[in-house]
Design a protein around this ligand. Structure first.
Ligand code: NAD
Length: 261
């Protein structure tokens, strides 16, 4: 369904972003992937995506999205290279877990820059082109923490609530132009981001690694399962396809019931 469409997925060298990039590519889109990492590993990811489906082009852009001008540059370079942008997935994100009184200010600034401001800069840069072509699908990967809070995640929860607000505003500005904007709100998905926060969470709460998985992570999700990154890929494809035309301004939980509590 997406042949001829161009998608940009931020933070797609790993985890959820990679699964979303793969799903969009399998549905026929050309995809710009982005993220940090060792060049050889990134090229391996890029080439393995492209060999899966030869009709799709997969290119890598190494923009550091902590910087607003590089976030805008990611979109500008896509428009130069492909002449269009149809789908924008703002997915890149980081986490840091700490009580607020000892939360490092530089971690707070980095989380706000990447998890919130980068999406503002990419959306700002993509919007005119989407309006002009009369088609745009913007998906912001927020979190269950865009809807509810947990202790020790002050920066992350602030950024994720912020991106839900950005989503609603962009949806209203795009509504008459067939430009939709939605947030998807995963609970816990087993990716490097979650793996890396287990030690900090154990420290902040004074419990073991096993207790973090059982009593913090999975305790939040009534279905007692980690979501799979591919589930977010499937939802993104749906929202960008014909069935998603009237869905805009929403924040859709993919959390095994967490936010129904
Ligand atoms: P991940 O660590 O596997 O992937 C993060 C991606 O962002 C990587 O590709 C990384 O290279 C990229 N990235 C990091 N810093 C960057 C920068 N400065 N510029 C450009 N790219 C950068 O994490 P993930 O779990 O797949 O998370 C993806 C998104 O999903 C994040 O926004 C995260 O908050 C959100 N999320 C994750 C979970 C979960 O349980 N894993 C739950 C809810 C929401």
């Amino acid at each position: 369904p997406f042949a001829g469409r161009v998608a940009v997925v931020t933070g797609s060298t790993s985890g959820i972003g990679l699964a979303i990039a793969r799903a969009l590519m399998r549905a026929g889109a050309d995809v710009v992937i982005n993220g940090l990492g060792a060049p050889a590993e990134i090229e391996h990811v890029r080439a393995s995506l492209e060999t899966e489906r030869h009709q799709s082009r997969v290119v890598y852009n190494g923009a550091n999205l902590m910087k607003g001008d590089e976030a805008a540059g990611l979109i500008e370079e896509t428009l130069i290279g492909f002449g269009r942008i149809d789908i924008l997935v703002n997915n890149a994100g980081i986490q840091h877990v700490s009580p607020i009184e000892t939360f490092p200010p530089e971690k707070y600034e980095a989380i706000i820059a990447l998890n919130l401001s980068a999406a503002w800069y990419t959306t700002r840069a993509a919007f005119a082109s989407m309006k002009q072509t009369g088609f745009g699908r913007i998906i912001n990967v927020a979190s269950a923490h865009g809807l509810v809070a947990s202790p020790f995640k002050s920066a992350y929860v602030a950024a994720k609530h912020g991106i839900v607000g950005l989503t609603k505003t962009v949806a209203l500005e795009g509504a008459e132009h067939n430009v939709t904007c939605n947030a998807i709100c995963p609970g816990y998905v087993w990716t490097p981001l979650v793996e890396n926060q287990i030690a900090d969470t154990a420290k902040a709460r004074g419990i073991t690694r096993e207790e973090v998985i059982r009593d913090v992570l999975l305790a939040a999700q009534p279905n007692k399962l980690f979501a799979e990154a591919d589930e977010l890929g499937a939802l993104t494809v749906f929202l960008c396809g014909p069935g998603g035309r009237s869905i805009t301004g929403t924040a859709l939980p993919v959390d095994g019931g967490w936010t129904a509590h």
